[in-house]
Design a protein around this ligand. Structure first.
Ligand SMILES: Cc1ncc(COP(=O)(O)O)c(C=O)c1O
Length: 392
């Protein structure tokens, strides 16, 4: 006989891996403070070390004093505030787009966006190693889609050329959450220029915006490219901004259309205004000389990690091409992954343990997330611990 108890039991047994949830008991920039333990933290997205900054806490308090603890409604009802309006204006102006639309999170943005952009004439091309939120959004939209890798860009061009009646979405990340920098952004921009009317180029630079490039314009700027050449530029406020929320910037007509059509935004309570105030305060820092200095420190930490890993003959993914804050130590199998991860934990160092289904079965990896708050010694200690048990 069918029962929900056995259904849940069976489904649970089929889960390929169970992620560990560690419960924080406080905040410190370089350490993950648990109840009985403090771990050197290489799993944080707080790329500029701004979480806990007194200016952001003050903005949260001032925002709550003015607007209350929540937003009280969806944006088209009672949820939209001057803080939100200012944030979308500030983001659009800073990034050089006409307009910008805010969401409760980057995930919520991506899961709702594609349903508004798909009909029987559209085809979506998205990078094979795309974030779960892209995949879920595309599936929810019931879109016709093809995944691509850099090697398949030329066949994507052929397909677009031979099907002029179709409209195409090309979706990619500036820096992949599990692979680091995308090294073919220039090719995607060229493709957009070749078919300006047929292609809508959407880039999600969640891990780049604010953190990478001299001015914080993300992976594009880091690679000497102009992010304003994309149609929709997506970012999150939950990483370098040390706040919460997602945004998409683009031209006025496109953002106007999305504002009135993306269901995951229309039918959800707006971000608290106090949280938008935090993002405004973070953006002011990101745009200032202090922001540049924090990014320089992050870039220096990335270079230090790569150099020390190279000296210790540790195999890091795309050693030449990846200068993002996400660095990957590739391993051969789950056994190696578990042993090395546990060895680091024994040394009170926490890094990401990434296995199938997040990445391919044959490509398990340790994911090291660097921030501007790490010191040289933090990074040296990490690499020393890695080298002690790294399989040669
Ligand atoms: C590429 C990408 N897009 C979107 C998201 C989700 O953003 P958020 O955490 O704001 O939901 C992530 C999160 O890691 C991401 O890596």
């Amino acid at each position: 006989m069918l029962s929900w108890d056995s259904f849940i039991q069976e489904k649970t047994q089929q889960l390929p891996n169970l992620r560990t949830w560690r419960t924080k008991s406080g905040y410190s920039q370089r350490y993950l403070q648990l109840v009985e333990q403090r771990l050197l933290n290489f799993v944080s997205n707080d790329y500029l070390g701004l979480n806990g900054d007194p200016r952001l806490i003050q903005a949260l308090q001032d925002g709550a004093a003015r607007y209350g603890s929540g937003s009280t409604g969806a944006p088209s009802m009672s949820g939209y505030s001057q803080e939100h309006a200012q944030l979308s204006r500030n983001l659009a102006t800073w990034l050089g787009f006409a307009d910008c639309l805010l969401f409760n999170s980057g995930y919520q943005l991506n899961v709702g966006l594609f349903s508004a952009l798909i009909d029987s004439n559209t085809h979506v091309w998205f990078a094979k190693n795309s974030h779960a939120s892209h995949i879920d959004g595309i599936l929810l939209a019931k879109a016709k889609f093809t995944t691509f890798t850099q090697q398949q860009i030329s066949s994507m061009i052929c397909a677009i050329e031979t099907d002029p009646a179709k409209l195409h979405i090309i979706l990619c990340e500036g820096s992949f959450s599990m692979d680091g920098n995308c090294n073919y952004l220039a090719q995607l921009l060229e493709l957009k220029q070749k078919f300006p009317q047929q292609i809508l180029l959407i880039i999600d630079d969640a891990h780049g915006v604010g953190a990478l490039g001299q001015s914080g314009f993300g992976t594009f700027e880091q690679q000497g490219l102009d992010h304003r050449q994309v149609d929709l530029y997506i970012g999150t406020l939950g990483k370098a901004f040390a706040s919460h929320g997602g945004f998409v910037a683009g031209n006025a007509a496109l953002i106007h259309y999305l504002r009135h059509s993306v269901r995951s935004q229309i039918f959800s309570t707006m971000l608290p205004p106090a949280q938008a105030a935090v993002s405004n305060a973070a953006l002011a820092i990101i745009q200032s000389d202090e922001g540049t200095q924090l990014r320089n420190k992050l870039a220096q930490n990335i270079a230090t990690f790569k150099q020390l890993a190279l000296n210790s003959e540790i195999n890091i993914y795309q050693a030449e091409g990846n200068i993002s804050a996400i660095q990957l130590v590739m391993l051969k199998d789950l056994n190696q992954l578990n042993l090395l991860h546990q060895h680091l934990l024994d040394k009170q160092i926490l890094v990401g343990k990434i296995a199938y289904p997040t990445v391919a079965r044959n490509a398990p990896r340790l994911r090291i997330s660097l921030t501007s708050a790490h010191t040289y010694d933090d990074i040296a200690n990490l690499v020393t611990a890695l080298a002690e048990k790294y399989p040669q």
